[in-house]
Design a protein around this ligand. Structure first.
Ligand code: PRX
Length: 631
């Protein structure tokens, strides 16, 4: 039986069972819903010990044929992308599937003219404008590997990402509109490119009409090139396991990890989960508020929705501009039916009171989604009461950049929802909990470290240029199992509740921030000797960053705190700024010199009674001192 659309709890149970009993049959049935140039020879080959994972080996396809061309006969005039600009007075743009086809082909032809070939890496550093989605698809059309860098990252962070994968071209814009601000993106790119030898061409979208500087021989405005490019482009025939994109995510240590996603499995899984989690139907208007710079935007603004022939809203702005009613105004204006956002946005909007949700007609909404971090009960209830008016199912979707698609979530209106629980695994997903000794917990009701025992089609296949790190990060903590880095609770019925990261990654406003690179940035300040960062609970952001900083000398002043945050903004981006900085005379360390972040975390969260035994520390006295000096 083909389970591409699961419509009842019974069907979910059946599909789940089949997917575990015979994954190859299950996924090959699902895969028949797509357009293939050549069918696969084998559905799955894998070995987690290397690790090597291949789905639909031998198959050939182009993902843009699946996301665009195959819809043209029936959906040529249907809106594919609905662009809502930052400024509510600027008209929205409805880009039909036919127009999307033409624009993607034109952009693909421009890239070809610039010498781009299959396998080349192209960096996209753009605001949330249609050109970003179009550039993604244009790369996929010709087999180039896109590497989207979130346009809030600094020049230093951008340069590191460009250099890691040796991008030859950067597509960017003169600037970006964000609320009442304009951001000079081109200036950031110019600064980054001083450090990037691999980039030979910069293609520029004119978004804010500023007089940005142009480097002759390197920078070129995109529009004139697009205007003269052909509106058809023969799609490159890709192998199932050819890389589709690289997307960088923070690790608990070291440089950002360029997660590599490949073509066929990613397509099948992002499309399948989009259809089922949101229970997408033909006439839906779907809006995911994430930025395309994150995995949520890749899988659930671009690829998943378009593979299903959906209308996907792309919003350039922010929830607070021109006022806190902006999200709800957009829902009303475009009669949005499926709405997907992050707990941090829900909490920020809830704080503004219900006047904003009441001002607009939200009756078009059918399903609400949440992603990025655990959703607390209060935020869940507010979302349910004031946005969904207690009549829309809420899907709390747990997944990661590495997983490519949603792994644990209810299916809207089909399987049971439980506030604060992501609930049940998708078909094909085999989660398990590990105890402190690294043994799988065999009973249902338990708490442990969340792992996945079996591959799914959209699991990242490697870290760009560093397969060893891929293996060490995800496959060595437990044998033959993917380790997620998250802790989870499981109830007696097998529902999962994600409790948060168990490593040195802090999720701030739904953004995954590794503490190590931020500490490195702080330590570059000439007055700083050492620093350690931990997360602590924050009303709106979920978590915020608390920095313990020791100085080489001199005084820890308010001005110095500002300088430290300015340095973080410069090296990483404003999203990584610290909410609290405490100057300390030392940091608690083990006898081998490792900073005990566990203790600092307890201090930051005021759990001073739960510090545990500190007598084995190298410098136990420093703990008392830090506690007494905490404000
Ligand atoms: O800790 C989990 C949290 O976000 C991490 C993944 O971050 P990133 O790779 O940036 O991807 C975010 C968007 C998919 C996870 O390890 N997380 C994500 N979704 C949830 C969540 N925590 C709890 N509940 C969720 N629904």
């Amino acid at each position: 039986m083909n389970h591409y659309h699961i419509t009842s709890e019974e069907q979910y149970r059946k599909a789940y069972k089949e997917s575990v009993k015979n994954p190859a049959d299950f996924w090959s049935d699902i895969a028949t819903n797509f357009k293939w140039r050549k069918k696969w020879d084998s559905v799955l080959e894998y070995d987690f010990s290397i690790p090597e994972i291949a789905w639909f080996k031998g198959a050939q396809l182009n993902i843009t044929e699946n996301c665009i061309d195959r819809h043209l006969p029936e959906r040529g005039t249907k809106t594919a992308l609905l662009f809502e600009p930052n400024n509510p007075n600027e008209p929205a743009q409805h880009i039909t599937y036919q127009e999307l086809h033409d624009k993607v082909c034109q952009m693909a032809n421009v890239l070809k003219q610039k010498g781009v070939k299959k396998g080349d890496r192209i960096c996209l550093y753009l605001p949330m404008i249609p050109e970003l989605a179009i550039a993604i698809l244009a790369c996929a059309r010709i087999g180039a590997i896109h590497s989207v860098v979130f346009a809030g990252f600094s020049a230093v962070a951008l340069a590191a990402r460009i250099n890691d994968s040796n991008c030859s071209i950067v597509i960017t814009s003169d600037g970006a509109f964000r609320g009442n601000k304009t951001i000079n993106l081109k200036e950031i790119v110019d600064k980054a490119l001083q450090e990037c030898k691999s980039v030979r061409t910069v293609l520029l979208v004119n978004r804010i009409n500023n007089n940005c500087s142009i480097t002759d021989g390197r920078d070129e405005w995109l529009q004139p090139l697009l205007d003269t490019a052909e509106t058809s482009c023969v799609p490159e025939i890709m192998n199932a396991e050819d890389p589709l994109f690289i997307l960088y995510t923070s690790g608990s240590t070291g440089t950002p990890k360029g997660m590599v996603h490949t073509t066929a499995g990613y397509m099948v899984y992002s499309a399948f989960t989009f259809k089922n989690v949101f229970q997408y139907e033909e006439d839906d208007v779907y809006w995911c508020t994430a930025d395309i710079g994150w995995i949520t935007g890749h899988s659930y603004i671009v690829y998943g929705p378009l593979a299903n022939g959906a209308t996907s809203v792309l919003f350039e702005g922010v929830p607070s501009y021109p006022d806190y009613g902006r999200f709800w105004e957009i829902v009303q204006k475009h009669a949005v039916t499926l709405f997907y956002t992050a707990p941090t946005a829900i909490r920020a909007l809830a704080k503004q009171g219900k006047e904003w949700t009441e001002k607009y007609n939200l009756s078009s909404l059918k399903t609400l989604g949440s992603v990025g971090e655990p959703i607390n009960e209060e935020a869940w209830e507010w979302y349910d009461d004031h946005v969904g008016k207690n009549r829309c199912p809420i899907v709390d979707t747990w997944w990661q950049t590495e997983t490519g698609g949603i792994l644990i979530s209810s299916l809207a209106g089909v399987t049971k929802q439980i506030p604060t629980f992501a609930t049940l695994p998708m078909p094909g997903i085999q989660p398990c909990l590990m105890d402190d000794n690294g043994t799988e917990i065999s009973f249902w009701k338990a708490e442990g470290r969340l792992c996945i025992k079996f591959p799914w089609p959209s699991i990242a296949r490697t870290i760009w240029g560093n397969h060893e790190r891929y293996k060490n990060t995800y496959f060595t903590a437990y044998t033959n199992t993917y380790f997620t880095g998250d802790g989870a609770l499981r109830d007696a019925d097998g529902n999962y509740r994600i409790t948060g990261r168990v490593d040195d990654v802090v999720i701030v406003s739904g953004h995954n921030l590794g503490t190590a690179p931020i500490e490195d940035a702080i330590n570059e300040h000439p007055m700083v000797a050492e620093s350690a960062l931990v997360g602590f609970p924050h009303d709106i952001k979920g978590n915020a960053l608390y920095g313990f900083v020791t100085l080489k000398g001199g005084e820890g002043t308010a001005a110095l705190k500002k300088e430290i945050n300015a340095l973080i903004s410069e090296k990483i981006g404003p999203i990584a700024k610290l909410d609290k900085i405490q100057f300390t005379s030392g940091l608690p360390k083990t006898r081998s010199g490792k900073i005990m972040r566990r203790i600092l975390r307890k201090i930051a969260t005021n759990e001073i009674d739960a510090l545990g035994d500190i007598s084995t520390l190298l410098n136990p006295e420093v703990v008392e001192q830090i506690i007494s000096e905490k404000k």
